[in-house]
Design a protein around this ligand. Sequence first.
Ligand SMILES: Cc1cc2nc3c(=O)[nH]c(=O)nc-3n(C[C@H](O)[C@H](O)[C@H](O)COP(=O)(O)OP(=O)(O)OC[C@H]3O[C@@H](n4cnc5c(N)ncnc54)[C@H](O)[C@@H]3O)c2cc1C
Length: 400
Amino acid sequence: MTDQRPVLIAGGGIGGLTAAIAFGREAIESHVLERSAFDNEAGAGIQLGPNANRILGPLGVLDALMPKTFRPEAVRLFDGVSGKTLATMPLGDKAERRYGAPYLTAHRADLHEALRSVAASAGHVTLTPNFTVADIEDGDGITVASLDGSRVEGSALVGADGIWSTVRKWIAPQAGLAFTGATAFRSLLPLHRLPPPFSEPIVGLWLGPRTHLVHYPVRGGEALNVVAVTETGRKEDGWNRSAETGTVRANFTRWCETAQGLIESAQSWRAWSLFSLSALPHWHRGSVTLLGDAAHPVLPYLAQGAALAIEDAAKLAGLWGGARERPAHVFDAFETIRRARAERVRRTSQRLGRAYHMGGAGLDSMTLGSMARFARNAILGLRGEDATLRAFDWLYGEGR
Ligand SMILES: Cc1cc2nc3c(=O)[nH]c(=O)nc-3n(C[C@H](O)[C@H](O)[C@H](O)COP(=O)(O)OP(=O)(O)OC[C@H]3O[C@@H](n4cnc5c(N)ncnc54)[C@H](O)[C@@H]3O)c2cc1C
């Protein structure tokens, strides 16, 4: 007889809530245990590639989110030092036709709220806020204890508790996050006050020595999300500490005036240290599995961490709904299917980070770095727009 107890989901972030909605579609009961009051989303933007939106659409999340999204027409690459345009990759209609779903940008809080409201009304889903998963017992099913001692039982546990996962410590206690030496500074600006190219309907990506800058509209085009990534900063947990404009500015002194002007326009910044994790030996143990950042955090250079969590959630629910087997078998199949994909995104993100930041420190390496930067810029300029988009077929076309 199948176990009637719900699947417990630790973490009601992007992957956890998507998993709950997707389980609901398979008529599988789930119970999301979230440490916050479901209101912990820091002020920052998120890019949602077609691979994520092909899943969020049928789950009903895009209906709730669409009015607050922005649909950029292109990604435009600039050299941060000279200010020159290097290349353009079309998005808009072209990407939507090619991949069967739009490329969108959004505020994380808007995405999170859309997921929460769809999950709350989905059926088969229980949402419990203010529950910090602190302990796990795997016996006849799973028992999870919170920090304050309350206990919940389920048939299995999905650890969707993000990069600092508690569930991961139970599955792979030896795995440790390593500080990459890079910090992402993030700010949100009113869009109507900004000049081109910041006011244009694009994702702007500016490349410079040991730094890069990304900007795109969010909130239906009312605000511009800006992310400045630098190979500096302190190792600190969490993604919501404040930073001075002067700290951000100090990393961009060699940059062109246009880009420096954007940094000056921002009133406040939040800083987020970037960490990496080597591939885990296994994502699951008994009736407990991981998904999303808990299993495979990726650097943000490909803007795909949330998309991977969304893909994981849909795949896990599909496998479970199809097989109704014992959790360990489903989790084994899930890991087999998803591991190579997550690893490819992880490695590509790392490689892109190195290419973005060419032209870095030291006199000798500065000369070499400048040459590398020149070569990178020349290669980028040679590629046609359509070829640039086609190079991402493996990413945005996943599962088509
Ligand atoms: C600068 C930057 C920019 C990014 N931009 C993009 C982008 O443009 N596109 C993209 O796809 N990705 C992007 N990402 C990555 C993306 O934010 C993450 O990959 C994504 O949020 C992972 O989703 P998740 O569900 O695994 O974790 P999260 O969304 O972090 O959710 C984890 C949840 O678990 C909860 N939790 C934690 N511990 C416990 C516990 N013990 N008990 C209960 N609950 C717990 C947390 O409160 C949280 O709600 C970016 C990342 C960075 C750093």
